[in-house]
Design a protein around this ligand. Structure first.
Ligand code: NAD
Length: 294
């Protein structure tokens, strides 16, 4: 049993904290939103008066916050309150620079730290089957692994500080690009009089095969569990896909990587978001592409 402070109890943080409670840990939580604190209490989390109070005496601190600026500000606030050797884990999806800043804050206070963003969405958070992509020193990862386990289906140590965030944005850039590719193929098939099922049957067993097609098919029918069958209710919202594609573009410009398809995907998701798609599942971009036909 470990005493864990959990800061950021939103859509992801609350079910993740609930799985830590179920695994027998003592979880002290804090969030700025009162409704999230009530939900956490119902899940067995002890609510603290503020982030600093949650951290006092905790052996592990986990943050699950919206963006890099929140993580850096919260870590700078609470790191001085933590005992030396406390393990800090950030599971938010943030830019690599902020992740490295957060690691530096932790190191300057004698703390261990890993960046450990996740994929798997709110469903994976509730089921305890998230994939964690971790970046940080071997010692920090070794301590983090058993803590992450009750929330995880898979845990991958990707490298040093920031490597988890790097893996996350690279993966999601592939996902954004491949989803648009699959959607364009279905839209073209419609114009050519080819049925969705026929394209699926061919491409799912041919060289066009990919996760966006076979697991998350963006048109209703071929894959019954995909969001297309429930009017594109997320799933993974288009607003979050845009956030991740923008993080990838920021990282590409900062590092000098050439990613023209990633840039195009970010632009198309920005348009889809601006035209009302932000809360829809990201696979709903098929409707936006279809709607652009002359
Ligand atoms: P969310 O907005 O539901 O939760 C974030 C929480 O952080 C909110 O409840 C907010 O009140 C809280 N918060 C903000 N500033 C705070 C502060 N200073 N102190 C305490 N609490 C504070 O977002 P979410 O969907 O839970 O996502 C969290 C992170 O996980 C994001 O970085 C997101 O990109 C990433 N992520 C989300 C999903 C998903 O499907 N929702 C999947 C993978 C990764």
């Amino acid at each position: 049993m470990t005493t864990i402070a959990f800061i950021g109890l939103g859509n992801m943080g609350n079910p993740m904290a609930a799985n830590l409670v179920r695994a027998g840990h003592v979880v002290r939580g804090f969030d700025l939103v009162a409704a999230n604190l009530s939900a956490a209490t119902a899940n067995g989390v002890t609510v603290a008066a503020d982030a600093a109070a949650a951290v006092e005496g905790a052996e592990v601190v986990i943050t699950m916050l919206p963006a890099g600026k929140h993580v850096v500000a919260v870590w700078a606030d609470i790191a001085p309150k933590a005992a030396k050797g406390t393990l800090f884990i950030d599971s938010s999806t943030i830019d690599v620079d902020s992740a490295r800043k957060a690691h530096a804050i932790a190191a300057s206070h004698g703390l261990l730290s890993i960046d450990a963003p996740v994929s798997g969405g709110t469903g994976g958070a509730a089921a305890g089957t998230l994939t964690f992509m971790a970046g940080g020193a071997d010692e920090a990862f070794a301590r983090a692994e058993p803590i992450l386990e009750p929330m995880a289906g898979r845990i991958v140590h990707c490298g040093g500080d920031g490597a988890g965030q790097a893996a996350k944005i690279c993966n999601n850039m592939i996902l954004g690009i491949s989803m648009i590719g699959v959607c364009e193929a279905f839209v073209l098939a419609e114009k050519l009089g080819l049925s969705h099922q026929a394209l699926f049957d061919v491409a799912s067993t041919s060289s066009g095969q990919c996760w966006s097609l076979t697991t998350y098919c963006p048109v209703p029918g071929p894959v019954p569990a995909s969001p297309a069958n429930r009017d594109y209710k997320p799933g993974f919202a288009a607003a979050l896909m845009l956030k991740d594609l923008r993080l990838a573009q920021e990282a590409a410009s900062a590092s000098g990587a050439v990613t023209p398809m990633g840039a195009e995907a970010a632009q198309l998701y920005a348009l889809f978001n601006a035209q009302g798609g932000a809360d829809a599942d990201f696979s709903g971009i098929v409707e936006f592409l279809r709607g652009r036909a002359g």
